[in-house]
Design a protein around this ligand. Structure first.
Ligand SMILES: [Ca+2]
Ligand SMILES: [Ca+2]
Ligand SMILES: [Ca+2]
Length: 242
């Protein structure tokens, strides 16, 4: 006798194999038909979610670390570049200074060669020219100026001794033409250290003696005031420190 549908369903459910599947389905489906989260699958999802979050945090930390490292490296490179720039500027400045110094030494060497060739004598930071002809004091001074120099200014005992070695009566750059008895060098400085021969200056026998010569060159104090229109040799001085 045929059974009704419900009876058949029960029988199928009771079949071996189908029963196990039915048990499994029961775990997913409740009494009222709502779907419930299976316990092992939920754990898996939570693990994946947590891992994903950790990965995100790790990624963010990695990004920050890389950015910091790059920033540090960039700062370091900037500092290094500035230091190199500074060193380069120093080097360029030093080279310019050396070039200027070299040019100045070349110029001095040329000057020394030229003055020496023209018969000038070097002594204690100056070149001296001793004339071989005679002129008035002003004519002598004009000649020195024309040579880029002036009549000698005797600044020291050593320079005074130096002038005596030529054993010549020469004009020197000392005069009181502007104001009597106010002795001035050609650079307008007043006379301080003097080497007058005893009794000089004297405007001898009432003459207007306003210019100075080395009349007594055999004596340590060789100066004599004399009339400026006299004819004498002369000595020019050109300052030229090494
Ligand atoms: Ca001098
Ligand atoms: Ca005088
Ligand atoms: Ca005199």
């Amino acid at each position: 006798m045929p059974k009704n549908e419900s009876e058949i369903t029960i029988e199928i459910g009771n079949l071996p194999g189908i029963s196990a599947r039915s048990d499994a389905l029961k775990s997913y489906t409740g009494e009222d038909g709502e779907v419930a989260t299976p316990v092992p699958g939920g754990k898996l999802h939570r693990c994946i979610a947590v891992s994903f979050c950790l990965l995100c945090i790790l990624q963010a930390a990695l990004n920050i670390s890389l950015r910091l490292a790059l920033s540090f490296q960039q700062n370091s490179l900037t500092e290094e570049r500035e230091e190199l720039k500074r060193q380069l500027n120093d080097y360029a400045s030093q080279q310019n200074s050396l070039t200027r110094e070299r040019d100045e030494l070349k110029r001095k060497l040329n000057d020394f060669a030229n003055y020496a060739q023209q018969g000038w004598v070097y002594f204690s930071d100056s070149f001296y020219y001793i004339s071989s002809i005679k002129k008035t004091w002003q004519g002598s001074r004009d000649d020195c100026l024309h040579r880029g120099a002036d009549l000698i200014i005797i600044n020291s005992k050593e320079e005074q001794v130096f002038t005596r070695q030529f054993e010549k009566i020469m004009w020197i750059g000392l005069t009181d033409r502007e104001t009597e008895a106010r002795w001035e060098w050609v650079d307008r400085t007043l006379l301080t250290t003097s080497f007058w021969y005893p009794g000089e200056p004297n405007n001898y026998i009432g003459r207007n003696e306003d210019c100075v010569e080395t009349w007594y060159y055999n004596d340590d104090n060789s100066w004599n005031d004399v009339v400026c229109e006299n004819q004498n040799f002369w000595i020019c001085e050109k300052k030229m420190a090494l």
